[in-house]
Ligand binder design. Structure first.
Ligand code: C2O
Ligand code: CU
Ligand code: CU
Length: 555
C-alpha cells in the first residue's frame, strides 16, 4: 500500500470508528456542486492577494508564549499595535513583564494540576475582571463579573487547573463593559497540557508556532485613522455587532507557510457576534481534515470532516494533512456561505449578501457612511463566502507521521433519566434577550442546582430568533441530542442530530433558531460552600442585552 492510500485508509478508519454515532460525517465527501466550486474558486482568488504574514506566538510581545508559572502580575492597559499596515491602532491589552520581556495578551502555558497564581491590576479607567473561559474553578476565581475590579484596583487569583488539556481562553467579564473591552483587544489563550495531549504532540512532532498554530478569529471595523470602531446602533446592541474585516491573530489578509505534513490548527472564535462555516479549500473543492478536539479537549477519536461551524466563544482543534493537498498551489482557510438566520425581527430575511443585509431591522448604513478604512478589502457580512487565510505549502523534511486512531480516553456521553430542566431562549420585544422569560439580574440567582447533581438541560430556541452560542460557567458539558435543527445544520449532522463538534467536551453550544438541544452537566466540584456562576449567550451583545442568568450550586 502506498503512503497515500494507507493514509486514506486510516482516515476512513478514524471516521469509521465513530460511524455508529456520526454516520452523516461519512457522507460529507469533498464532492461539491458547481455553485460551491465557483464560490470556492472566488475565495481562492481573494486569498491569492493576501500579503500580511500571520502574527504567530513568539517569545515576547503580542501573543508571546509564557508559562503561567513565570509571572505573577497582569496589568490591564491601553496600548497600540499595527493591524492595518502603516497605522497604529489603539487597543486594550493584558500586559505582563517577565524575564526582562514585555508580553501583550500572552499565550499562557500550563499543565493539568498546576496552581495558577495571578494578580490582576486594573490600569484603565473602567471596571474589569478576567474570566478564565472554560475552566472549572470556584466562583470567586471564575471572574464571572459578580465581583469586578474598579479602576486602579487589583484582584488575586489562586486556583488549581483541574480541567482536561485543551486551549482555553481568558477575557473580560464586567457586565456593561464586556463587548467593548473584548472588541478592543482584551482576549488571549491558555493552553493546558496533560499526558494524552503531550503524547499527540510527540506522535505528530508538533511545535507551537510552526506546525501547531493557534488561530484567533475576530471581525473588526476600522475608521480612516486605523482606530477600531465600535458604535452599535440600538438594533446592533440587540442583534450583535459584526465587524466588516476578518482578522486572524489580529492580522488582516494573512498568509502562512506550512510544511507538507500534518499541521494542527487550534482555532478560537473570538468575535463578539459572528459565526463562521470553516473549510480548507483548494482547486475549487473542500479538503477533508480531522476534528481532533473541541472546547474541552481531545475527542476519543479523530473525526474526518470537510467543514464545520464555529460560534463565538468556541474552540476547535483541527488536524490538516497537507500531504493530501495538491503540492502546486496554496490551500485557503475559508468561511463558506451560509444563512446566518437572523430572524429576530419576526420575519426571516433569508440569505445574506452585501447587497441584502440579513439582519432584520438592522441599520447597516454605517458601512456606507463610515470614512473609507485604510485597506481595500471588501466588507464581509456574516454568512458571506470569504477567505480567511492563505496557507502556502512548502516542501518539508521527511515526515511520515500518521494521525492516531485514538486520541483520548474520553468516555461516551450519558444523560441522566431525570426530566430535563428547560431553558427557553427568547426576547421580550423591548430590546432584551431572555432566558425563561427573564432578563439578567446579577443580584438574583435565577435557579439553583445541587452540588454533585447530574442534570439534563433542554435549551430551546424560538423559531423566530437568532442562533445563540450558549455558554455555561463552571462546568464543562456534553451535548446529547439536537432536535428541530435547520436544514443547514441537519445536513452536517449524524445520529440524534449531533454535529461532529458535539462529540467532544464543550463549554459553549450553538443553538440555532427552532432547535432544542439536550445537554448533560455534572455539577460535582471540590470547592467549599455554595458557588455562584452564570449561564449566558456568548454573542456578547446578547449577553449584555439580558441573555444571561446567575445560578447557584448549593452544597
Ligand atoms: Cu467566555 Cu462568560 O464567557
Ligand atoms: Cu466562560
Ligand atoms: Cu444570543
Amino acid at each position: 500500500m502506498s503512503t497515500f492510500t494507507r493514509r486514506h485508509f486510516l482516515g476512513s478508519m478514524g471516521a469509521l470508528g465513530a460511524a455508529g454515532s456520526v454516520p452523516g460525517v461519512l457522507a460529507a465527501t469533498p464532492g461539491v456542486s458547481d455553485t460551491m466550486a465557483e464560490e470556492i474558486t472566488g475565495m481562492e482568488t481573494e486569498a491569492a492577494g493576501f500579503a500580511n504574514p500571520l502574527r504567530l506566538p513568539g517569545s515576547s510581545g503580542l501573543y508571546g508564549v509564557l508559562p503561567a508559572s513565570e509571572f505573577r502580575e497582569v496589568h490591564v492597559v491601553r496600548s497600540t499595535i499595527e493591524v492595518l499596515p502603516g497605522r497604529r491602532t489603539p487597543i486594550l491589552a493584558y500586559a505582563v513583564e517577565s524575564g526582562g520581556k514585555t508580553f501583550l495578551n500572552p499565550a499562557l502555558l500550563a499543565r493539568r494540576g498546576d496552581e495558577m497564581r495571578v494578580r490582576l491590576i486594573n490600569d484603565i479607567d473602567q471596571p474589569t475582571v478576567i474570566h478564565w473561559h472554560g475552566l472549572s474553578v470556584d466562583s470567586r476565581n471564575d471572574g464571572n463579573g459578580l465581583n469586578v475590579v474598579p479602576p486602579g484596583g487589583r484582584m488575586d487569583y489562586a486556583f488549581a487547573l483541574r480541567d482536561r488539556a485543551s486551549m482555553y481562553w481568558y477575557h473580560p467579564h464586567a457586565h456593561g463593559y464586556i463587548p467593548q473591552q473584548a472588541y478592543h483587544g482584551l482576549a488571549s489563550l491558555l493552553f493546558v497540557e496533560d499526558d494524552e495531549e503531550a503524547a499527540l504532540r510527540k506522535e505528530l512532532d508538533l511545535a507551537l508556532g510552526d506546525s501547531e498554530i493557534p488561530l484567533v478569529l475576530q471581525d473588526r471595523e476600522f475608521d480612516a485613522q486605523g482606530r477600531l470602531r465600535y458604535a452599535p446602533t440600538a438594533a446592533q446592541s440587540f442583534g450583535g455587532w459584526v465587524g466588516d474585516r476578518l482578522l486572524v491573530n489580529l492580522t488582516e489578509r494573512p498568509f502562512i507557510q506550512a510544511g507538507r505534513r500534518i499541521v494542527r490548527f487550534r482555532i478560537l472564535n473570538g468575535c463578539n457576534a459572528r459565526s463562521y462555516r470553516l473549510a480548507f479549500v483548494q482547486g475549487g473543492r473542500r479538503l477533508g481534515f480531522f476534528l481532533a478536539g473541541t472546547d474541552g479537549g481531545l475527542l476519543a477519536q479523530p473525526l474526518r470532516i470537510d467543514q464545520t461551524f464555529i460560534s463565538p466563544g468556541q474552540r476547535l482543534d483541527v488536524l490538516v494533512d497537507l500531504r493530501e493537498a495538491d503540492p502546486g498551489r496554496p490551500v485557503t482557510l475559508a468561511s463558506l456561505a451560509f444563512d446566518p438566520m437572523h430572524a429576530e425581527g419576526g420575519h426571516d430575511m433569508g440569505h445574506t449578501s452585501p447587497a441584502t443585509p440579513a439582519m432584520a431591522g438592522m441599520d447597516h448604513s454605517q458601512h456606507g457612511t463610515a470614512p473609507a478604512a485604510a485597506s481595500s478589502a471588501p466588507m464581509a457580512m456574516e454568512g458571506d463566502a470569504r477567505a480567511l487565510m492563505r496557507i502556502d505549502v512548502k516542501p518539508s523534511a521527511k515526515y511520515e507521521r500518521r494521525i492516531p486512531t485514538v486520541l483520548s480516553s474520553l468516555p461516551a456521553a450519558t444523560a441522566s433519566q431525570n426530566p430535563p430542566r428547560r431553558m427557553q431562549l427568547g426576547h421580550n420585544g423591548q430590546g432584551n434577550w431572555t432566558i425563561n422569560g427573564g432578563v439578567f439580574d446579577p443580584k438574583i440567582a435565577a435557579l439553583s442546582v445541587r452540588r454533585g447533581a447530574r442534570e439534563t438541560w433542554l435549551i430551546e430556541n424560538a423559531e423566530r430568533s437568532m442562533p445563540h452560542p450558549m455558554h455555561l460557567h463552571g462546568f464543562p458539558f456534553r451535548v446529547i441530542e439536537r432536535l428541530g435543527s435547520p436544514a443547514l445544520v441537519r445536513g452536517l449532522a449524524g445520529a440524534r442530530g449531533l454535529l461532529p463538534q458535539d462529540q467532544g467536551v464543550v463549554d459553549t453550544v450553538q443553538v440555532w433558531p427552532g432547535e432544542s438541544v439536550r445537554i448533560a452537566v455534572d455539577f460535582a466540584h471540590p470547592h467549599a460552600g455554595d458557588q455562584d456562576y452564570v449561564f449566558h449567550c456568548h454573542t456578547l451583545e446578547h449577553a449584555e442585552a439580558g441573555m444571561m442568568l446567575r445560578y447557584t450550586v448549593k452544597t
